[in-house]
Design a binder for this molecule. Structure first.
Ligand SMILES: Nc1ncnc2c1ncn2[C@@H]1O[C@H](COP(=O)(O)OP(=O)(O)OP(=O)(O)O)[C@@H](O)[C@H]1O
Ligand SMILES: [Mg+2]
Length: 465
């Protein structure tokens, strides 16, 4: 990986270079934007770290130039401490991230390593219809799929609802090279009495209401893949038959004694803990071991935080195409919240929220108006927490000095936060929690108001519709 560092302060430039050389990067230094442009022409850089305060062309203008000419190079802007507005402008102009000076080595190292990871695993997203994967853990799963898909070994895919188990099953089929179809059955959605004929087929007149010959899913999946979704819900009575079919590779249609050879690759998925079902005698242990030869465990989205931004951007791209929109990304505050959100519905929830947001968003950037969260993790029932001391309940000209910190800066900070919280809550309530209107009325930008709300712990009390 080649890293370009553009910073006129020699000590900073040197310190960052040293850090990344140790990490195994090739580092190219430039001390002005003009020099940076020349170095970019001469080298194939993968990532650029650019200081905002540069002599001549400044960091933001250099960012714009890089984005125009080398759109795939992620740019990290270094800003002076406290200059959030520059940082926000940078993100809006396409910066991948920003770092405020002074910074810790570990922090900058982690950010760059995250980018490196996402660049490395982007290759995997070229699987197109089979999902986007941007983390090492998902990459390991994809690598495993590439290896085991060519064999006929059954694969069990487990993970919470919405983590992408079905996509992974389709990817397994894709990599298997099998010419037959990918057939899927949801074992929990079909009435118990009908599953057997669904799976194995049935001869004409073999059960009440059967009209003609029914070809079962095993036969339909011949030379292809049969995906048994929600396998944990399969009726116990049918499990022995299923086990036999998987072992013998042959079926008998309901109402027939004739054996039919089949060649279907079996994939199964579940979002419940089958081991618990085994303990309760609801699932056969022998079937479990037969299905669980290779186990793919898909982690929930909240354990794949580094992927959220990339997945979200990929979905924006998809939905821009679908709905003929030109949305560029998210307000940085919202992105922070997205990364920290619990995502109980996993990628399905993320995808649905972004589709909804793309449809209703009338700006270039998705903000809180278009994408809202039901219940922030730290505020039960979505209620606004207000632990602030009411500003008017203090004594001695409004302050009870006996109970506040003795140190001036600390005391002032504490009171300024309490002031901010009460002031903002008062005006938000007055304006029925319309953040934009409140910001206009109190003379702050919407971004600044969101920043302050976040700082003092006010969450918007909203309901998702
Ligand atoms: N890695 C991914 N990239 C893109 N889209 C994804 C990814 N993972 C899941 N999705 C999308 O999220 C939705 C849910 O995925 P899928 O149906 O595969 O999940 P699941 O684990 O089978 O869920 P359930 O247990 O509820 O059946 C689908 O619309 C799918 O396209
Ligand atoms: Mg599913």
């Amino acid at each position: 990986m080649k890293l370009l560092i553009v910073d006129d302060e020699e000590s900073v430039n040197f310190a960052i270079s040293e850090l990344f050389i140790q990490e195994g990067y090739e580092v190219i230094s430039a001390y002005s934007a003009e020099e940076g442009i020349i170095k970019l022409e001469q080298n194939q850089c993968d990532i650029a770290i650019v200081d905002y305060n540069l002599p001549g062309i400044n960091g933001i203008d250099l960012l714009t130039i890089i984005k125009k000419n080398y759109s795939s190079i992620p740019v990290i802007l270094i800003t002076a401490f406290g200059s959030e507005s520059v940082a926000i402008e940078a993100i809006k102009k396409g910066a991948y991230d920003y770092i405020s000076k002074p910074f810790e080595n570990t922090m900058i190292r982690n950010r760059i390593n995250n980018i490196r990871e996402s660049l490395t695993h982007k290759v995997k997203s070229e699987t197109g219809d089979f999902g986007y994967y941007f983390s090492p853990v998902m990459s390991a799963i994809i690598n495993k799929i590439e290896t085991v898909s060519k064999t006929d070994i059954p694969i069990l895919i487990t993970g919470e609802s919405g983590t992408g188990k079905e996509l992974i099953a389709k990817l397994c089929h894709h990599h298997s090279g099998r010419k037959g179809k990918f057939i899927s059955i949801n074992c929990s959605a079909i009435p118990e009495g009908l599953i057997e004929s669904e799976l194995f087929g049935a001869e004409k007149g073999s059960y009440t209401g059967s009209q003609g010959l029914k070809i079962g899913l095993f036969e339909q999946a011949d030379n292809g893949t049969l995906f048994l979704d929600e396998i944990g819900e399969m009726p116990i009575g049918l499990q022995a038959k299923l086990l036999r079919v998987i072992q013998e590779n042959e079926i008998m249609r309901v109402g027939s004694a004739h054996v039919i050879k089949i060649n279907a690759r079996i994939l199964a998925a579940t979002n419940i803990n089958i081991e618990d079902r085994i303990k309760n005698n609801n699932f056969r242990e022998d079937l479990y071991y037969r299905l669980n030869v290779v186990h793919l465990k898909v982690p929930p989205l909240r354990q794949r935080k580094t992927e959220i931004k990339h997945l979200a951007m990929s979905f924006i791209n998809d939905f821009n195409n679908k709905y003929h929109k030109n949305i560029k990304g998210f307000d940085p505050e919202l992105l922070d919240d997205m990364i920290n959100y619990q995502w109980k519905g996993n990628i399905r929830e993320l995808k649905n929220k972004i589709e909804h947001a793309v449809i209703i968003c009338n700006n270039e950037w998705i903000g809180y108006e278009s994408l809202v969260f039901e219940e922030p993790a730290d505020t039960p029932n979505g209620k606004v927490e207000n632990h602030a001391v009411p500003f008017n309940s203090t004594q001695d000209n409004g302050f009870d000095f006996a109970t506040i910190p003795e140190m001036y800066t600390e005391a002032k900070k504490q009171f300024s936060d309490i002031f901010d919280k009460n002031f903002i809550l008062y005006h938000l309530n007055k304006n029925e929690w319309n953040v934009k209107m409140t910001a206009d009325k109190i003379g702050l930008s919407r971004q600044d108001l969101y920043k302050k709300m976040k700082k003092v712990g006010i969450k918007k009390n909203v309901e998702y519709s």
